[in-house]
Ligand binder design. Structure first.
Ligand code: ADP
Ligand code: ZN
Length: 444
């Protein structure tokens, strides 16, 4: 572990959180007009909140509140005391701006250093950092954390895949940071070049910034010869390093709870949910100086578990993110996250985890097309059959593969999808950042 606090007994952790929360409440009450008004209008005295258990008394803070105070209206310190500004990548509309004091940046780096150690990295290892540098928190956030740990950082940023390949082959990094979809892109490029996984120096990967499932994990672990773990964060709360999966268990990500207090609530009623129940993830800052938020509604869907972990860390774990509430598709009344489709594909041999979901409206009905790539060896077989003029056999084989996928999707998700088998390499790939796997033509 990087910091002994990661294994603090839970009663001690709770005592610490309660103390920090009380300080935080009076801090924002004195400094942030938005929170002063919130507390006044909900007739809560700062002194009414003794413990993190009292948090459900407070309303949520939402992305819209940050937009209403764009750019610096939520600051608890004079802007001059912030040493850095970041913004969300703007996946869902106008960017939201966040600021950090020097102390905030130190905490950012420290929780990232913890995350690196949890993922298997050690001082002295070389990091190939392919998260985007710039306004996006990914690049700089991981960069400072790796430096604090004592790694050698190569700040490659996203994109220019051929250069990334060359740098990995020449510098021989042990650790990589990037989005899971970009790890897939890199894995494929190596394969094309005939570089086998055991010739790639990489051992550990901290993948995040977009939802992914065990299907993609299996793919990137195999093609890059790594053990990948999940790194989670969002700019409003910090950036990467809010939670990280430990390499020992690879079963949920430890939330660095001494800084970010999590809750999971029902998406409709906002009521707190028990361990294991999926809902919206909420965070309350316990130590943030520049721009602390109380009960921030992330929109990300997951669950919490307080089950002890084999790694010895006591901090609560969150499940993988199923998606954001705004990524949820409603198709003929059925709720669907793209990751659910991804999970179904895991069980089907003959296809690879490169897919796209296209939803359109035909008359009054939603129609869904699932495009998925066939595995290369199957594709070669098919091509061979067509070449040897055995078109009927090829057709039967494709037909049965399509039926199998359709049947599995229907059985698991209750949806009828039109299945299109695509040739290897034809579905859009990540070119460095987050990948959108859904095309919703109903919204155009
Ligand atoms: P934007 O909201 O514009 O994408 P951010 O860069 O702040 O900007 O992105 C944070 C969001 O990215 C999170 O709220 C979440 O939806 C997604 N995300 C980050 N890390 C992960 C992860 N490990 N797994 C799934 N989703 C993630
Ligand atoms: Zn663990």
């Amino acid at each position: 572990m990087y910091n002994q606090i990661e294994a603090l007994p839970r009663e001690k952790l709770r005592e610490l959180q309660d103390k920090q929360l009380r300080q935080m409440i009076s801090y924002v009450y004195e400094r942030v007009p938005f929170y002063q008004e919130m507390l006044n209008t909900s007739s809560i005295q700062p002194g009414d909140l003794h413990s993190v258990e009292d948090l459900p008394k407070l309303p949520f803070t939402r992305k819209q509140d940050l937009k209403d105070h764009y750019p610096f209206g939520m600051l608890a310190v004079p802007r001059e005391q912030a040493i850095r500004v970041h913004a969300s990548s703007g996946t869902t509309g106008k960017a939201t701006v966040v600021c950090y004091t020097r102390n905030d940046i130190d905490i950012f780096s420290e929780v990232m250093a913890r995350s690196f150690v949890a993922a298997g990295a050690r001082p002295g290892m070389l990091l190939h950092n392919a998260y985007g540098y710039g306004l996006f928190t990914g690049g700089l956030g991981t960069h400072y954390g790796a430096e604090m740990l004592g790694m050698t950082v190569v700040p490659v940023s996203g994109g220019m895949t051929q250069r990334q390949i060359t740098l990995i082959l020449d510098f021989k990094p042990e650790v990589i940071c990037c989005t899971p979809s970009y790890a897939q892109t890199l894995g494929e490029e190596f394969k094309k070049l005939g570089v086998s996984p055991d010739e790639i120096s990489l051992k550990y990967a901290l993948l995040g910034a977009e939802p992914w499932t065990e299907t993609i994990r299996a793919d990137v672990d195999a093609t890059l010869g790594i053990r990948s773990t999940n790194l989670y964060g969002l700019s409003e709360i910090l950036g990467p390093g809010i939670s990280q999966e430990c390499i020992e268990a690879r079963a949920g990500s430890h939330i660095w709870e001494d800084h970010f207090y999590p809750e999971v609530v029902d998406p409709t009623s906002g009521e707190p949910l028990a361990d294991g129940k999926e809902g919206v993830l909420i965070f309350t800052h316990l130590t943030r100086e520049a721009m602390p938020l109380l009960r921030y509604w992330t929109g990300d869907i997951t669950y919490l578990t307080h089950e002890p972990c084999i790694c010895g860390r006591t901090h609560v774990r969150m499940g993988p993110i199923r998606g954001r509430s705004d990524d949820m598709l409603i198709i003929r009344g059925v709720n669907l996250y793209p990751t659910q489709v991804e999970e179904v594909l895991m069980g089907i041999s003959g296809v690879v985890p490169h897919y796209q979901i296209v939803v359109k409206r035909e008359g009054t009905l939603d129609e869904t097309e699932l495009k998925v790539e066939v595995a290369e060896h199957i594709f070669r077989e098919l091509a061979q059959e067509v070449l040897s003029e055995d078109v009927v056999e090829a057709d039967t084989q494709m037909h049965s593969l399509r039926n199998r996928i359709q049947h599995e999707i229907k059985g698991t998700l209750g949806l009828n999808m039109q299945i299109t088998l695509a040739a290897p390499g034809t579905i859009p790939r990540s070119e460095g950042g987050k990948l959108r796997r859904v095309v919703d033509l109903r919204k155009l």
